[in-house]
Design a binder for this molecule. Sequence first.
Ligand SMILES: [Zn+2]
Length: 358
Amino acid sequence: MQPRPNHGLRPVFCTIVPPHLLDKLSQADDPVLAAPARRTLEADGARRHQRQVTALAFAPHPPRTADAVPTKPRRTLYDCRHGTDLPGHKVRAEGDEPTQDASVNRAYAGLGATFDLLLSEYGRSSIDGKGLPLIGSVHYDEKYNNAFFDGEQMVFGDGDGEIFLDFTLAIDVIAHELTHGLTQYTANLAYQGQSGALNESVSDVFGSLVKQYSLGHSAEQADWLIGADILAPRVSGDALRSMKAPGTAYDDDVLGKDPQPASMDDYVETRDDNGGVHINSGIPNRAFYLLATALGGNAWERAGQIWFDVLTGGELTQRAGFAAFARLTVAAARSRFGEGDEAEAVLKAWSEVGVATR
Ligand SMILES: [Zn+2]
């Protein structure tokens, strides 16, 4: 099975903080909270539009020969110095000593940890499988309440310091964004409706797996939260999302309540957020959590391998829904592990969240 090339397809502009959350924040009575959120929303909206206009100019990087596939990351970090020109000023290249700037060093380490997991566990060199250099920019804009992958590079804001902290503080956020690149180079799931929610969920899955891998946490030890380290102390909540218990990540007087459903019974039909891509992703997220904890041990080994096989296997279509994805995970479990506990646990996980597998 060969992964499909994605010639001519539009890269996704994906932010870690969804528009519905920033929208809520921008309506806060306190201008200290509302102003940065409004600014971030406007900047994201403009950039989303810009991506659409320049979409046709996007072309995949030329393939390299197989014997030249690198086994070491090639990272370059830039500092935007609170401006919005990308990539900004070059501050750290691969192999350079750490800088005085902790944001630069954290982004460098997070990109490295993601590269390591992909290569050592799944045999993939970088997000394109050909050692693609990884580019990150920190200190983007002022009080920018987001981090994003724009199809070519990662960008991190410093947060407003009131609700959101420096986005490089969370390794799962870094890995989440980079996984959008992995998806772009493989299944290229369309960023709308269920396929969009799968795109988001896959980023949460590998975001969490990179965090677990770097901490040496088993499925039982993991917190199964996304973005726990970027919420300021004043927020009533644990994280942006919970894979273990979608809908319980936060319940805050400014941010409102986490809107994620935990099963198909509570699936949210909406036109916002590209049809709820950051909302309904709670359903496949919980299926992965249920599988990983049922199997036990390190989640990146068997559960992560099954998800990776589906994402990169070439059979997942760009507009796949939850049921199609679920069926492929059952097939991937059988083809890699036979008719054993793994396939049985995959079936049970999807059934618990109400997604049919046959
Ligand atoms: Zn995302």
